[in-house]
Design a protein around this ligand. Sequence first.
Ligand code: SAM
Length: 198
Amino acid sequence: MKLLKTRTDLLRLLPKNLIMAEIGVFKGEFSQQILDICHPSLLYLVDLFSGRTSSGDKDGNNIQEADMDVEYEMISRRYEKNPHVNLIKSSSHFFLEASPSESIEIVYIDADHSYESVSRELALCRDRVTDGGYICGHDYVNQWGVKRAVDEFCESEGLEIEYLTEDIYPSYCIINRKKPCHTQSRSMFTASAIMSPA
Ligand SMILES: C[S@@+](CC[C@H](N)C(=O)[O-])C[C@H]1O[C@@H](n2cnc3c(N)ncnc32)[C@H](O)[C@@H]1O
């Protein structure tokens, strides 16, 4: 695992001009950093954009409250002429379920921080993110369910956190290496060989 100072450093290190998704947008401040640093060919900005919610910065400071209906209007206007931004008012799970397999190259998960929600997002991202793509997210801490969900996901999928930031609320980054097909066929062959009568 490689440590990076901040999540901005993580963005600098990610490959450029790819299809990205930020799941949980809030006021769009990190979205703008993604656009400025990663120059995605397409950036999905996915949020419920509903009701009032609050969020802090990458270190949990400067807590701001926002009316998300107003934010949706403002972010829509900000990017209405930007062909690289696709603003999506949806739950993270609905968006990911509706996305085709391998249709996203880099995802940054920062929505509902409960264990159940993050576990479900990670499981969906395993399929929706390309082989060798990046599954990243915010708030890898014990305070909510994020750390437990990420650790269990890595353990069950045989993956590991490749980059972790040293922000007070760290960001993690996992490379979504998929199992080679021959591993599955070989183990099926072995299983059938074992089960066949001599
Ligand atoms: C921590 S804020 C996102 C901060 C943003 N990524 C940043 O770094 O500036 C969490 C956002 O997730 C959204 N959210 C919460 N639950 C969600 C869900 N199930 N699906 C989509 N968005 C959700 C909230 O509306 C809120 O705007």
